[in-house]
Design a protein around this ligand. Structure first.
Ligand code: NAP
Length: 266
């Protein structure tokens, strides 16, 4: 009896995002791809945003469809001033065409660019590019999408532990993420009345294209020595935390910065 009760419950738990629509920026590779996979596995319809990696985005869409899910790809260069508006209107048009409404439920601002440079070496153009992709575009993407984000929805911003530990080579990157975290806090207060939660997830060193050091065995070993759990992160480590925040279990968490580093530089 109890077995069948569990069996009855598990599909519903596994598909707790069924009927929800999620946009994940930078979902073609790395952490964003892992987030998109985990949200889709829990039943969400996925808008897979990419910039250059169209083949990777298309492959992910096919993979999700092949597993019985629903996904589509959207392109936009978020380093351009018009990128946020382009992505917002592409999302709206596609949702309207496919589902008859442009409303959606979950926004994950994951797309980001890194820059390893101490303050003395930073060029204005690099500063502008990093702030554009990591902060200005998410800011305006949220602005454009807020009217269409359903009450009870989720905004999850992918930041970095560079905002809570000093890494001098993150002189531009870390402040761009700190701005995103500041926005996270005030939006959580503003949007609470609509039941929308807003949180930031702060990965530590995670093995992706962006962090080649975390993929290099020797350097990963050195980084692991600074991590309480003794290894560098994998994209799925971060995605699990984002999926928790996106799901019903995360409904009572808002305005928070969630460290996702395995305890790096505690
Ligand atoms: N990896 C780490 O150690 C680490 C640590 C802390 C925080 N983070 C944060 O985690 C997030 C994901 O990073 P990742 O490590 O997964 O990086 P990644 O593997 O390099 O992937 C970056 C993603 O962002 C997209 N992107 C980059 N520039 C873009 C642009 N101009 N316009 C639109 N999309 C753009 C890429 O799209 P295309 O491939 O289609 O061009 C790709 O999907 C970032 O916000 C990063 O700051 C990463």
């Amino acid at each position: 009896m109890s077995l069948s009760h569990d069996a009855d419950r598990s599909p519903a738990q596994g598909a707790d995002l069924a009927g929800k629509i999620a946009l994940v920026t930078g979902a073609s590779r790395g952490i964003g791809r892992a987030i998109a996979r985990q949200l889709a596995a829990r039943g969400a319809i996925l808008a897979v945003h990419y910039n250059q990696a169209q083949a990777d985005a298309d492959r992910l869409v096919d993979e999700i469809a092949g597993s019985g899910g629903d996904a589509f790809a959207l392109a936009a260069d978020l380093s351009q001033a018009a990128g946020a508006e382009q992505l917002a209107s592409a999302l709206g048009n596609t949702l309207q065409t496919r589902y008859g409404s442009d409303a959606f439920d979950i926004l994950v601002n994951n797309a980001g660019v890194g820059l390893r440079a101490r303050i003395g070496d930073v060029k204005v153009a690099d500063f502008d590019r990093v702030f554009q992709v990591n902060f200005k575009t998410p800011f305006f993407l949220i602005q454009h999408l807020l009217p269409r984000l359903r009450d009870g929805g989720r905004i999850i911003n992918v930041s970095s532990i560079g905002t809570r530990s000093a890494y001098p080579e993150m002189s531009v990157y870390a402040p761009s993420k700190a701005a995103l975290e500041s926005l996270t806090l005030l939006l959580a207060a503003e949007l609470g009345a609509r039941g929308i939660t807003v949180n930031a997830v702060l990965p530590g060193a995670t093995a992706t294209d962006l962090n080649a050091r975390a993929r290099d065995p020797e350097m990963a070993h050195a980084i692991a020595a600074t991590v309480a759990l003794g290894r560098v992160g994998q994209p799925d480590d971060i995605a699990g935390i984002v999926a928790f925040l996106a799901g019903d279990g995360g409904r009572w968490v808002t305005g928070q910065r969630i460290d996702a580093s395995g305890g790096q530089r505690l």
